[in-house]
Design a protein around this ligand. Structure first.
Ligand code: NAG
Ligand code: NAG
Ligand code: NAG
Ligand code: NAG
Ligand code: NAG
Ligand code: NAG
Ligand code: NAG
Ligand code: NAG
Ligand code: ZN
Ligand code: ZN
Length: 600
């Protein structure tokens, strides 16, 4: 008891010093005290129960990203984060064992209803070794910093100098390449976000209370409209293997004229509480082999998704070599597969092993830079261990682009997270956008995945924020997770200057596919961009005009909205008022924080 009281007092002083409001502070102190009481003497006081009742999140937010919360929910998750971490960091610093911490954390996760008991258990069991390693090696790391990185909200601001860093970017002037245009084009296919679920069970349970449903062992339903479809399911479900075979077979049969394939990541399923290195290796090996056998001698340029690692989102720096927590197995597997299939030259191996990124010149004057920007994901614990430009990737990007400028090369950048992604740590994101703006004249396009939506982002300049400086195209997803149809994109690219001239989007209607079980899904071209939006070309001026049109033309915005969800029935029938529709436009705009153009 003495220990508890001392602990409480120390924690109280600590939180009292932080800069959140005093009301929030007060709740954090009380909750910290109560959690401590509960885990040490197993006593659930009246006060504790009331606090839990007041703070617990609405169940409809269980699957939502904490960073997207606002108002009271945002405050509550911050309070929970700080109180729980205060307690457990202190326990660890006092020498509590991993096993004890694990059991107590699972208990508190379940009690606070952060996830189901099984998911709490799985997620904590596989993440804790990394978290404890970081807490042990950073004696100054506080709950405020951790919650600041995780949430970056007004209640949980990130205030730590280790996160103020910059990349050394050549300050120009930009060296322009003599613009050349040809009447010839090449076709580039983009496929992304397969999310193959080896446990997918057709006719299984589509409405479970775990992050992913439709899986073997979850068959506790007997209501026919809650049964998983054969080809996939709009609910929180990933792809069965036969659906992946189907899309690959369809693409190669339908399009004989593909020069390159961009694959922008996420092969592993959303079963984030029960991944394993062995399971991930099996899925990655199997999927890449299938892709290779489908496209044979068409070169593929692949990158890593945040789901490829184990646990999800965890990308350790190269200095971490302990097998249980390092990422080296993944980088080694990818280097071996990508190079052995003949897609990448041997010269890419060293940076793939360093951090999962590489560059390659496809032809004279044309280069691909493939990033592993999953390192910037706010839920990558390793950001707390080494916040400054993980693996030196951004410095490498700036240097590689400078060399490309000298060599008069045009560049396509492949990266899993879109540049404006709100889950990418702020410093990393703004340094990335600075680099893009410096070299915007040679970066012809960026290709991303991760959101599973058919969308694009327009990046605005650092100096002149009224002008588009670059465009990032999102490939959508093969998975139907969640409430979207499967899709892929076929881009027409100028064969001299590598500009995107247009693209086609291909989809099928999952509802229909699951009804007509005796036939393969009916893939069709849902639209081509220029025609769909009445554009004569895709120059930045035209895209700027298009954006203003979206703001003022309700019909056009509706069309964008329908395409965004790839015409999936459940998304289109969800209510979306004017304010909700506006958010889709705002999402298109990306710029540096201090030059924010407002989405008005
Ligand atoms: C819970 O919320 C109610 C209503 O806002 C408030 O009266 C009560 O004091 C809160 N309980 C605790 C323990 O904070
Ligand atoms: C921790 O903080 C103390 C005092 O501010 C400082 O002297 C020390 O260098 C810090 N240690 C690390 C590992 O950052
Ligand atoms: C492209 O085609 C247009 C009209 O067909 C022609 O005027 C122009 O010279 C061609 N440009 C090149 C680079 O071939
Ligand atoms: C292949 O694509 C090129 C460039 O788009 C085009 O010129 C050619 O006619 C196409 N060939 C076939 C068989 O579609
Ligand atoms: C789920 O289904 C399998 C096979 O159909 C059966 O063996 C198992 O008992 C079921 N589990 C539950 C929890 O209903
Ligand atoms: C099956 O559904 C019926 C009616 O909806 C319900 O009464 C019954 O409890 C359900 N059984 C199981 C095992 O879920
Ligand atoms: C990948 O799969 C192939 C074919 O099944 C197998 O021969 C190979 O050993 C596997 N590689 C790994 C790393 O599992
Ligand atoms: C998809 O198919 C279902 C079932 O036939 C139909 O009701 C729905 O309108 C279709 N959706 C689209 C966008 O065509
Ligand atoms: Zn994904
Ligand atoms: Zn992803």
């Amino acid at each position: 008891m003495q220990f508890c009281r001392l602990l409480f007092f120390a924690l109280f002083l600590k939180v009292a010093n932080s800069d959140v409001t005093s009301k929030t502070n007060d709740i954090i102190s009380r909750l910290t005290y109560e959690i401590n009481n509960w885990v040490t003497i197993d006593e659930k006081s009246e006060e504790f129960q009331q606090l839990i009742h007041n703070l617990s999140l609405p169940t409809n937010l269980l699957r939502k990203d904490w960073r997207s919360f606002d108002g009271e929910n945002s405050e509550n998750i911050c309070i929970i984060c700080k109180s729980v971490l205060n307690t457990f960091i202190e326990y660890r610093r006092q020498g509590m064992s991993e096993e004890d911490i694990k059991n107590k954390m699972i208990k508190i996760c379940t009690l606070l209803k952060l996830q189901s008991p099984q998911v709490c258990d799985g997620v904590i069991t596989i993440n804790l070794p990394i978290i404890l390693y970081i807490i042990d090696s950073k004696p100054n790391l506080t709950a405020d910093t951790i919650c600041g990185v995780l949430l970056e909200s007004p209640f949980c601001p990130l205030d730590n100098n280790e996160f103020n860093w910059i990349v050394n970017i050549d300050d120009g002037p930009s060296k322009w390449i003599k613009p050349e245009e040809s009447n010839e084009t090449i076709n580039i296919l983009q496929i992304t976000d397969i999310h193959y679920d080896p446990k997918y069970e057709p006719y299984g349970n589509a409405y479970c209370n775990e992050p992913t449903c439709c899986r073997k062992g979850q068959n506790d339903t007997n209501t026919s409209d809650k049964v998983a479809g054969y080809w996939g399911d709009y609910h929180y479900c990933d792809s069965p293997w036969h659906a992946i075979i189907d899309v690959l077979d369809h693409v190669i049969a339908e399009h004989q004229n593909i020069s390159y394939v961009y694959f922008t990541g996420d092969i592993i399923d959303h079963g984030i509480w029960e991944t394993s290195i062995k399971g991930n290796i099996e899925s990655l090996n199997k999927s890449y082999l299938q892709i290779y056998e489908t496209f044979k001698n068409i070169p593929i340029y692949p990158i890593l998704g945040n789901h490829e690692s184990h646990p999800v989102n965890q990308f350790a720096p190269r200095t971490i070599t302990n097998d249980e927590i390092s990422t080296q197995w993944l980088y080694k597997l990818m280097a071996d597969l990508w190079i052995d299939f003949g897609w990448l030259p041997e010269s890419t191996r060293s940076t793939i092993l360093q951090g999962g990124f590489y560059t390659v010149s496809l032809k004279k004057g044309f280069r691909i830079i493939a990033l592993n920007n999953n390192v910037c994901y706010s839920y990558n614990w390793w950001l707390l261990y080494q916040p400054q430009d993980p693996d030196g990737q951004l410095q490498w990007l700036a240097d590689t682009l400078l060399q490309a400028e000298v060599d008069e090369e045009y560049v396509h950048i492949l990266a899993h997270l879109p540049p404006g992604n709100t889950d990418c740590q702020t410093t990393w994101k703004s340094e990335y956008i600075k680099i893009v703006n410096r070299f915007a004249h040679i970066i012809r396009a960026q290709f991303n995945g991760h959101t599973h939506k058919d969308e694009l982002q327009l990046i605005y300049g650092s100096d002149d924020n009224s002008k588009i400086s670059n465009v990032a195209w999102n490939g959508g997803s093969i998975t139907t997770y969640q409430n979207v149809n499967p899709n892929y994109k076929l881009y027409t690219i100028d064969s001299k200057n590598y500009e995107v001239k247009d693209f086609e989007n291909w989809i099928y209607n999952l509802t229909l596919a699951n009804i007509n079980l005796d036939q393969r899904p009916l893939w069709y071209k849902s639209y081509s961009f220029k025609e769909e939006y009445g554009l004569s070309d895709l120059t930045y001026d035209s895209l700027q005009t298009w954006l203003f049109k979206l703001m003022n033309d309700e019909k056009l915005l509706n069309r964008y909205h329908g395409n965004y969800f790839k015409q999936a029935e459940p998304s289109l029938t969800e209510e979306c008022d004017a304010k909700c529709m506006r958010a889709f436009i705002c999402h298109v705009i990306v710029n540096l924080g201090d030059h924010e153009i407002k989405c008005e």
